[in-house]
Design a binder for this molecule. Structure first.
Ligand code: SAM
Length: 250
């Protein structure tokens, strides 16, 4: 969606394009405090393995500059901070100040601070110089962005030549059986868990709907290629419930 359309989707609802950012902000202001707990409960802790795999595919080394975009409560940032060391830097950027605050407090409690910067920014208009980062990750964030093509182009701009982008996101399950089970789980159980644990079923209904509306593996690969990424490939995780897309800027 590079030419701004008049409407877009917010979960299964059709909303005015300029409205979506505010609606997404409402979701993450509401879930921020319970975000980490809910992540562990909803995924049975498996999100940690998905993130571990992302780190393994990152090629990050000491001294690298990393952008953890839509970094939220900072799981990936914490791991990258240890790898890049004192000579490197990790920028945790997120549009939502409630999520950033939870992330900043959590990393401080983990004793991580020196090489991490926190920036409130919209993925669609990144406030960083051209050719700046060795690696950009966006974990479970792209789904929430209004103009995904614009955001991918912005990531391409701030990535160094030779750098890579990793997009970790919910995707399309590989088998019909898995798709059915997953539908049952996400539409019947998730909102109930959200209600019980976070007193917020609506945000978790949005989560389930937004997953279903997100581009599938091949579509996202095409979108990355469209803005200039090369050698784009993806790995299906947990039978395609999640996919990790990787692309390079040469
Ligand atoms: C599901 S959380 C993911 C947090 C973290 N990356 C993780 O994997 O645990 C999605 C994050 O995307 C952020 N987000 C949504 N729209 C954004 C945008 N346009 N630009 C930057 N961040 C955005 C939200 O504020 C939220 O913190």
């Amino acid at each position: 969606m590079s030419e701004q359309a008049a409407t877009t989707h917010f979960g299964f609802k059709t909303v005015a394009t300029e409205e979506k950012e505010t609606l997404v902000a409402g979701v993450f202001h509401s879930v921020a405090a319970k975000y980490d707990l809910m992540n562990d409960l909803m995924s049975f802790g498996i999100h940690r393995l998905w993130k571990r795999f992302t780190i393994d595919c990152s090629g990050v080394r000491k001294g690298h500059k990393v952008l953890d975009l839509a970094g939220g409560t900072g799981d990936l940032t914490a791991k990258f901070s240890r790898i890049v060391g004192e000579t490197g830097q990790v920028v945790l950027a997120d549009i939502n100040d409630s999520m950033l605050k939870v992330g900043r407090d959590k990393l401080r409690n983990l004793g991580i601070s020196g090489n991490v910067a926190f920036v409130q920014a919209n993925a669609e208009a990144l406030p960083f110089p051209d050719n700046h980062f060795d690696l950009i990750t966006i974990g479970f964030g792209l789904r929430n962005v209004t103009d995904k093509a614009k955001a991918l182009a912005s990531m391409f701009r701030v990535l160094k030549p030779g750098g890579r982008l990793l997009v970790l996101e919910f995707s399309k399950p590989e088998s019909e059986v898995m798709a059915k089970l997953y539908d049952l789980y996400s539409f019947k159980l998730l909102p109930k868990m959200g209600e019980l644990v976070a007193n917020d079923s609506e945000s978790y209904q949005y989560l389930a709907e937004s997953i279903r509306m997100h581009p599938d593996q091949e579509t996202l690969k095409g979108m990355m290629e469209q803005v200039g990424f090369e050698d784009v490939s993806y790995y299906n995780l947990t039978q395609g419930v999640v996919a990790l897309h990787r692309g390079y800027k040469y």
